[in-house]
Write a protein that binds this ligand. Structure first.
Ligand SMILES: Nc1nc2c(ncn2[C@@H]2O[C@H](COP(=O)(O)OP(=O)(O)OP(=O)(O)O)[C@@H](O)[C@H]2O)c(=O)[nH]1
Ligand SMILES: [K+]
Ligand SMILES: [Mg+2]
Length: 368
């Protein structure tokens, strides 16, 4: 049996030597579909295998959110972890100092955020080089990736890393494609475009679906700008993870002011020097903002709210989620809640379980 990595290489080579034009676009679309399937296979643990495969490191999730530190060797991931948490992870000038996942806890805004220091990854990580696959699997379990970059290194390091994460189905700072796909038992394929598509057509989708052996389904493409890659992501939805990513350029003590200015202007980017203790607090604040965690304070009837301890929930959470944070069975006896704060139309507002809370709301839950 030809191994998966070789098959992947073959397809990549074929794609590279196929000229992009109208006549080859169907063929290229099919190749992309095959590539996505093979890459997903690569991440599945081999039957009977005890390690390797898609397994991450054995670190259990804790706290209100998890941030993974991902980057090439010696960019300063462990130095950063040691700065912002009480955990000491070994720091040294040589590559691959860190050999496993080291968790630390960052206390911020009343939340406990787990920071995962990871071994450095190198090009080809997605295909199993070094501990790459394990690192990437760990990154996939995180709520946010902090991509640590060396400001003194070439700009392409960032793109190389992005490509590695992309290859295993991680989508950075993006929303899932606006395409609806529902497989059915019978009835053939029904493909509908809400507006004339710019980069797709029915035949292309038909070919790809057939290649995936999805012969009966409804498809509705809602976005006119959707691409073949978006469509494949829709088919592969269970293997795709949409994660927020912040790019942190470290070692700014060793670059020119002009270069620093250029870096700092890039989107989703922060700059720091762990060595000179510059910008660290800004990075932490930015992480907090991007995680979009929400603090809710509870209040008993007739008593002032307890601002010393916040309940932490994710953006979009409802009173029901708040109840679950307080106690597993609270919502069974829930009658209504009173809300003070940004989410209330008037204060206090009487609301039900479905009410969406906002940061720094005060909530009083009334039981039956
Ligand atoms: N000039 C400079 N050097 C730094 C800075 N931060 C860390 N270093 C140095 O960079 C080297 C690597 O730091 P580490 O924290 O071990 O890097 P890492 O990313 O954890 O490396 P691996 O675990 O091997 O992947 C060490 O010699 C650090 O002292 C910085 O802000 N400026
Ligand atoms: K190192
Ligand atoms: Mg390290």
């Amino acid at each position: 049996m030809v191994n998966i990595t070789e098959k992947i290489k073959e397809i990549e080579t074929e794609m590279a030597r196929t000229q992009k034009n109208k006549a080859t676009e169907y063929h290229l679309g099919l190749l992309k579909g095959k590539l996505a399937r093979l890459r997903a296979q690569l991440l599945e643990p081999a039957p009977g295998a005890s390690s390797g495969g898609g397994q991450g490191f054995d670190v259990s999730k804790s706290g209100d959110a998890r941030i993974a530190l991902v980057g090439f060797p010696s960019v300063g991931k462990s130095t950063f972890l040691s700065k912002i948490t009480k955990t000491k992870s070994e720091v040294a000038a040589y590559a691959f100092t860190t050999l496993t996942a080291i968790p630390g806890v960052l206390e911020y805004g009343g939340a406990e955020i787990q920071i995962l220091d990871l071994p450095g990854i190198i090009e080809g990580a997605a295909e199993g080089k070094g501990r790459g696959r394990q690192v990437i699997s760990a990154a996939k379990t995180s709520d946010m990736i902090l991509m640590v970059l060396d400001a003194t290194k070439k700009a392409e390091q960032r793109r190389l890393l992005e490509a590695e994460l992309e290859a295993v189905g991680i989508r950075l700072n993006r929303e899932p494609p606006n395409i609806y796909l529902k497989p059915k038992k019978a009835g053939g394929m029904k493909i509908t475009f809400q507006a004339p598509p710019k980069y797709l057509d029915e035949k292309m989708l038909y070919n790809i679906l057939r290649d995936y052996k999805i012969l009966n389904c409804d498809v509705l493409v809602r976005d006119e700008n959707a691409t073949v890659d978006d469509f494949i992501d829709t088919i592969m939805a269970p293997h795709r993870k949409y994660i927020k990513c912040l790019y942190a350029y470290n070692k700014i003590d060793a670059i020119s002011l002009q270069h620093l200015n250029e870096l700092a202007r890039e989107p989703y980017t922060v700059v720091m020097s762990c060595e000179l203790d510059l910008g660290i607090q800004d990075v932490v604040e930015r992480c907090w903002t991007e995680l979009r965690l929400i603090r809710v304070y509870t209040k008993r009837k007739g008593v002032d709210p307890d601002f010393s301890e916040a309940l932490i929930v994710r953006t979009g959470s409802t009173i029901e989620d708040v109840c679950d944070q307080v106690h597993r069975t609270l919502k069974e006896t829930f009658k209504y809640a009173m809300v003070w704060g940004a989410s209330a139309r008037h204060v206090p507002q009487r609301v039900g379980l479905g009410h969406v809370v906002a940061d720094e709301d005060v909530v009083s839950i009334v039981a039956k």
